[in-house]
Design a protein around this ligand. Sequence first.
Ligand code: FES
Length: 230
Amino acid sequence: MPSKDEQPSEKSGTSEGKPQTPLPRTARPGGGSRKTGRRVFLKLAALGGVGTAITPYIPYGAYLTQGAETASAEKQRVIRSDSTVANINRFPLNTSQVIVYPRTGDPAQDAEPFRRFQLIRLPPPEGEARDASAFRCYNMICIHLWCLWNYWSDSETAPCPCHGSTYRLADGLAIAGPAAVQTAPNNALPSLDLEVDDEGDIWIRPPDWTVDRNGIVGYGRWIPGVTKKA
Ligand code: FES
């Protein structure tokens, strides 16, 4: 289980634990509106008895009672865990970086698990592209019961260590485990849109934290043409 002060891992395949820290009232990625809060609440209510089992891992009560404020959406350069700018020319194929978004500069806030995303440079041939299509960037909170999944480059899979949900690299759809049988849009990871500038630096575009666009952290994202809304 990661501590509040744990730094993002440098490379794929490192062990990650379960989130412990609720997001602050003023900066919860993907969780802005009261409507969103109701959606998450309804999902958790539907989980019923399993709530007892997950209580040791997730401070659900604190998360659900947070207000309607939204995190400020802004375009940000991707900063690696060594504080350097992520650049496509120095990002090996089939590797990943744990990154923070939105990044505030406050170490305590930036350590919150709900801000963690896996930036993955895809394996060949897709990863050989010289633009943002070579990458995927998904929120690390598993949409089953909020453990942190990780990317394993050896097997090119993105599994969650808690109950075996596994996510597809191409679009973040759950393809195995309990998250795969959840109803859309509660079956795909929230994602961030990227762009690469003329210098090769990688940027995160301002997200739209709705299920139809970038998704809702801890809840899911609708993938048009792949999954259908309930
Ligand atoms: S929390 Fe990830 S599979 Fe259950």
